[in-house]
Design a protein around this ligand. Structure first.
Ligand SMILES: O=C(O)C(=O)C[C@]1(C(=O)O)C=C[C@@H](O)C=C1
Length: 109
């Protein structure tokens, strides 16, 4: 047993460690998928620049949230996933604004 784990409950600590390993694997997949999601947001940002469209698309964000919550399963998960997705959408918008600013600066040169 490592020094930062209280003694006793060895079986529970072992099981907890298994769940943590599962979380690490999920985080690996999530990181790759969220990175891919940001790549899509970047492509959309480039298209919106050409089209003169706003980064913020409230109707589309409602649709994204709706799609996610439809698959949430329980009320508790729904609430938590809604919060997580609000953050994802906000960061996606910030990512697109940052891309726009970089692209704008490049075109000025
Ligand atoms: O679908 C778009 O227009 C996007 O820019 C993508 C996205 C998203 O991350 O899902 C981001 C910002 C918009 O407000 C809506 C949705």
């Amino acid at each position: 047993m490592t020094t930062d784990t209280p003694s006793g409950h060895e079986a529970e600590w072992q099981e907890l460690d298994q769940w943590r390993k599962k979380i690490d694997l999920i985080d690996c997949e999530l990181t790759a998928l969220l990175g891919e999601r940001l790549d899509c947001a970047e492509k959309i940002s480039a298209l919106k620049s050409v089209m003169g469209a706003e980064v913020l698309q409230p109707e589309r964000e409602k649709e994204v949230l709706h799609n996610v919550l439809e698959r949430a399963g329980t009320e508790e998960k729904s609430r938590t996933l809604a919060n997580i997705y609000r953050c994802i959408l906000e960061e996606s918008r910030l990512f697109q604004h940052a891309w726009k600013n970089r692209a704008g600066n490049t075109h000025k040169d």
